[in-house]
Ligand binder design. Sequence first.
Ligand SMILES: [Zn+2]
Length: 121
Amino acid sequence: MKGKSEIRDLARQRIRWLFKLAYDETRKGNYGRARRYAELIIRVAEKGKTRVPRSIKRSICKNCRVILIPGLTARVRIRSEGSKGSHVTVTCTLCGWMKRYYIKAGIYEKKGEGVNKGSKA
Ligand SMILES: [Zn+2]
């Protein structure tokens, strides 16, 4: 029998792999397929009793489940608020859904998981 942590590890691996597939399909314009992968990611997380990593969660449109890629399926606006961090608005260009969140200053250096390179706003 597999241990709980092992199942969780497997779930996390699958999530990362599915996200890569979803991302690739989105880039090819196969939004239907990308959405199916995104739904799988959520289901795998539930079954594996783990959470979808924040960086991945933020890249999935909550409304239509497409992968949000800046310049392709998403419009990203960043407003810097000095030492407090930055305010980010992401708009899904497919369904118009919008979300807003804060990035604390220094988070990119700390985690090294910036979603997009440079500051394309
Ligand atoms: Zn959407």
